[in-house]
Design a protein around this ligand. Structure first.
Ligand code: DX5
Ligand code: ZN
Length: 217
């Protein structure tokens, strides 16, 4: 499975978003973090901004919804043209129904788990989704340290996906950098979100290539 790199624009310059989206044109997805100050203690951007991001981005958009009541809000991001829409398992009232709705609208459906949420509780949902996002920091802020204790969970998730003969991507998000990406890949992740590591680099396109090469082994 080839490694996909999804830089998080949370670490971009929000007054120069179009420029900073073009800076990551060599990546596979632009990861867009939506936070509501209910599900997480931080507030970012909402649907009107994401609608414009979808229009100007040179690469597909991967929306990560860290919001309460995704059942109500997530379909709007798929309708806006986001190619992938991920909602949190801890927040969704009816995750299967929501995943099916996202797919019906033409998006890839992603299910996200906070670091302490066990993957075993969601094994039955794996056949309903396209991607499992295993948070490798507590969601809410960029620039945190990768939680090494999430690696066994990534391994268990990959094993469950293989056991079910399913085609489900595993995304990791939080603290992903040159220092951690190989261990996440080795554990079974194939989609790598990196915010500060990419936007903090002197040469952004080169950093994306370095991360992809490290993750590809
Ligand atoms: C955190 C967000 C991440 C964040 C990652 O809650 O979901 O996408 O931007 O930032 P880094 O890569 O700096 O840890
Ligand atoms: Zn994210």
């Amino acid at each position: 499975m080839s490694a996909l790199i999804a830089p998080s624009i949370l670490s971009a310059d929000f007054t120069n978003l179009e420029r900073d989206l073009h800076a990551i044109a060599g990546a596979d997805y632009a990861h867009v973090d939506v936070m509501d100050n209910h599900f997480v203690p931080n507030l970012t951007i909402g649907l009107p901004v994401v609608e414009r991001i979808v229009q100007v981005s040179p690469i597909p958009i991967d929306v990560h919804l860290m919001i309460a009541d995704p059942d109500r809000w997530a379909p709007g991001f798929a309708e806006a043209g986001a190619q992938s829409v991920t909602f949190h398992a801890e927040a969704a009232a009816a995750p299967v129904r929501l995943a099916r709705e996202l797919r019906r609208l033409g998006a890839r459906a992603g299910l996200a788990l906070k670091p302490a949420t066990p993957v075993e509780s969601f094994v039955d949902l794996l056949s309903e989704i396209d991607m499992l996002l295993i948070m490798t920091v507590e969601p809410g802020f960029g620039g945190q340290s990768f939680i090494e204790g999430t690696l066994p969970k990534i391994r268990r998730a990959r094993a469950a996906i293989s056991a079910g003969d399913l085609d489900v991507w595993i995304q990791v998000d939080g603290g992903v950098s040159r220092a951690t990406i190989e261990r996440a890949a080795d554990a079974g992740a194939n989609v790598f979100v990196a915010g500060s590591a990419v936007y903090g680099a002197d040469d952004i396109p080169a950093e994306i290539d370095v991360l992809r090469a490290l993750a590809s082994g």
